[in-house]
Write a protein that binds this ligand. Structure first.
Ligand code: ADP
Length: 243
């Protein structure tokens, strides 16, 4: 009995510390970081005068890395909220094609930086789904940016929408080196990356797929991946078609 009470106290203490940590992340780190990035964006855009090229190089590195840090903080806050059940969705009925179109525009620059083309094939893109627009975009962006990041230069990342009865499947296919067999079982776990810290060349946090899986499931769907015929990987998610 006494042991049981102690356990609860320790659990409560751990919960309290976790809450304090995420609140610090959110307020003390995210807020000033957002304003630092905003200022750097203004400086880098030339809005307050031209910069010497070598100064612009440095302030651009600062802006990019600030953004990476902000992405990481946002991912940590998302996964914490998703796992503690404090995450709510803003559901609406929308045409899937609309989201795919937006996701393609949003990720075009990222794909170009990796010298990869983005192609969409949407035989069933007009299908309606009940989703949180912002959160479905987050899932799409994660899959498309991963595909672009792990694709060889000059290849295409293909996004396809296909209806199958009561479900609609969105597939994102690449011609990358695929998912190592020994990594497949934990690919949707938090902070999981196939490369170790020492061999990692692609950046990222290992949180994107863990977040995407929870988000798709909250929207009544599921997510998965398979080898692609001829090499590469096909990630996909299925969502119920809105009646
Ligand atoms: P991140 O991309 O930020 O590392 P993710 O959770 O999105 O985090 O992906 C986890 C890991 O899964 C990646 O680091 C990579 O090892 C592997 N992975 C994801 N998508 C692909 C892909 N299309 N091709 C090859 N490996 C992938």
């Amino acid at each position: 009995m006494i042991v049981h009470c102690n356990d609860i106290t320790r659990q409560e203490e751990a919960e309290r510390m976790k809450k304090e940590f995420t609140s610090t992340l959110s307020h003390e780190l995210r807020t000033p970081l957002t304003s630092i990035i905003g200022s750097l964006q203004l400086v880098n855009s030339g809005a307050i005068g031209d910069l010497e090229p070598d100064v612009l190089d440095l302030t651009s590195v600062a802006e990019r890395n600030g953004q990476r840090l902000l992405d990481l903080i946002n991912d940590i806050l998302d996964i914490e909220k998703l796992e503690s059940g404090r995450f709510t969705l803003d559901l609406e009925t929308i045409s899937l094609g609309e989201i795919i179109g937006e996701a393609t525009v949003l990720n075009k620059g990222f794909a170009e930086r990796h010298k990869v083309r983005l192609e969409t094939h949407g035989p069933d893109a007009r299908v309606n789904v009940v989703v949180d627009r912002k959160r479905l975009m987050q899932v799409m962006t994660n899959l498309v940016s991963n595909a672009a990041k792990f694709s060889p230069e000059g290849e295409a990342v293909e996004v396809t929408v296909r209806r199958d009865g009561a479900l609609v499947r969105v597939s994102v296919e690449d011609r990358g080196s695929g998912i190592p067999l020994e990594f497949r079982g934990r690919i949707f776990s938090r902070f999981a990356q196939a490369d170790s810290v020492l061999t990692r060349t692609k950046g990222g946090t290992g949180l994107g797929l863990a977040i995407s899986k929870r988000l798709t499931e909250m929207m009544g769907g599921s997510i998965g991946f398979e080898d692609r015929e001829g090499g590469g990987t096909r990630f996909f998610f299925d969502l119920p078609v809105a009646s």
